[in-house]
Design a protein around this ligand. Structure first.
Ligand code: FAD
Length: 417
């Protein structure tokens, strides 16, 4: 079923009784050509692109819970291409271009909103760093505008510009950055993959990976054994655990990241804004809630819920930057399990096991990567060759030290990226 304004009107007149489910609910088959473990944004995008770009059909996505229940439905929805380092820069640029055509491509309203991302700076040194970043973005073909203090004030007058500790010196505006509705992205890719023959199997947990003589043969699941010629691990925060099923130890640690939303308010924040002196970022959803977050909880965990010191830390940063938000009531908070790498950059690679592929290490920036990650991973799985835009996301950079992409410059500590 294709969505159109006419169809919405017709369905409205008929009491919305004629909509079909967005994807089927098939029984698992004994065998597929490709099994994708993980029905998050990256797994679904991979399945979609395998079918769309490479004409492959005999594919299953195995999801232990439900579609949209993982980080893809838990993030703060920010989409941007403002990376500095070669490797990351071309990849996220590629992703933003795919985002810009995604709704037409999927025939699905993912509520893409290029409202602009403003990264604030609060010192001369930080200004220099943002000038360099802005130049890298422009060299990559993306957009960046350096704003002085008055330029920021014109756009977002409600910030505390003269805060005694963290006065605002200016900001780097990335006009094409913005937000998209997170779970709609998962639903759109799921629907698009299903339409092209991919089978999406929910409530199907992978419990083992079968390897014989260095070759992957299939997986064990809560719904029985499934044979496969190729298996792709795309499970974000569970990457280390699932890779361990194939005897691998990944350079990934799992940490919780929390997010918060307030009651619905009239439109007040019409950009994505990030504080430069603490980890705090905020935007306003189309329903009116202020959506914001900060640092990860600083210990490794598989619990999708966070601790109170980080709640306090995030609230303090928010109040420092824009004291007006103190009047809003926080409605909900939640957590997601992040796959943190030692350099803060991801992996899209083959493994030493023939036919077994891995896509992980998105830290807390993997939502914006969803279109390009699936596109590039599908290319690798189908052709055996790395896609140019993701050519630097190799596992062996952790063995050799060559090609490390430490965007934050914080060193080899997972929780600092
Ligand atoms: C609070 C928060 C805020 C964030 N904000 C942003 C942001 O603003 N911008 C941005 O770009 N990124 C953001 N991120 C990061 C982004 O959401 C993640 O990097 C990205 O969603 C991870 O990829 P995914 O969508 O494939 O993960 P997931 O949706 O977690 O998908 C992985 C799936 O694998 C499944 N799975 C795990 N183990 C198994 C198994 N054994 N068998 C079968 N299935 C299994 C899980 O159930 C899950 O559904 C944020 C994350 C969080 C938690």
């Amino acid at each position: 079923m294709r969505f159109s304004a006419l169809k919405i009107l017709a369905q409205g007149l008929r009491g919305n009784t004629g909509w079909a489910p967005h994807w089927r609910d098939p029984e698992p088959k004994d065998q597929y050509d490709i099994v994708i473990i993980g029905g998050g944004g990256h797994g679904l995008s991979t399945a979609y692109h395998l079918a769309r770009e490479h004409g492959l059909r005999n594919i299953a996505v195995l999801e232990k819970g439900y579609i949209g229940g993982g980080n893809v439905g838990r993030n703060t929805t920010i989409v941007r291409a403002n990376y500095f380092l070669p490797g990351n820069s071309e990849f996220y640029s590629h992703s933003l271009k795919l985002w810009e055509g995604l709704e037409q491509e999927l025939n699905y309203n993912v509520m893409m909103s290029q409202r602009g991302v403003i990264n604030l700076f609060h010192s001369d040194g930080q200004r220099d760093a943002f000038v360099r970043r802005g130049n890298a973005m422009i060299n990559q073909g993306d957009d960046a505008v350096l704003l002085d203090r008055d330029g920021v004030r014109k756009l977002v007058p409600y910030l505390d510009f003269d805060n005694g500790r963290f006065p605002i010196y200016g900001g780097l505006l990335h006009p094409r950055g913005g937000t998209a509705r997170h779970d709609a992205v998962a639903w759109g890719f799921a629907r698009g993959a299903d339409q092209r023959g991919v089978e999406i199997l929910q409530n199907c947990e992978v419990t083992g990976i079968d390897v014989e003589g260095g070759v992957v043969r299939g997986v064990q699941t809560s719904r029985g054994a499934i044979r496969a010629k190729k298996v792709a691990i795309v499970v974000a925060g569970r990457s280390s655990q699932v890779a361990a099923m194939a005897g691998m130890r990944l350079p990934v640690e799992s940490h919780v990241l929390q997010a918060f939303v307030t009651e619905g308010l009239k439109p007040v924040i019409d950009h994505v804004i990030s504080f430069g002196m603490g980890h705090f970022y905020i935007s306003q959803s189309d329903k009116g809630g202020l959506v914001f977050g900060g640092d990860i909880d600083m210990y490794a965990s598989y619990a999708a819920r966070g601790n109170l010191p980080i709640v306090e830390h995030v609230m303090q940063a928010g109040m420092t930057l824009m004291p007006m938000i103190g009047k809003a009531k926080v409605l909900r908070s939640w957590g997601g399990i992040m796959d943190m790498t030692p350099d803060g950059s991801p992996f899209i690679d083959k493994t030493d096991i023939d036919g077994l592929f891995v896509n992980c290490g998105w830290n807390y920036g993997g939502f914006k990567a969803v279109p390009a990650s699936g596109h590039c991973f599908a290319h690798l799985i189908a052709t055996g060759r790395h896609h140019g835009a993701a050519a630097k996301f190799r596992l062996d950079r952790m063995k050799t030290g060559v090609g490390i992409m430490d965007e934050e410059g914080t060193g080899a500590q997972h929780n600092l990226h």
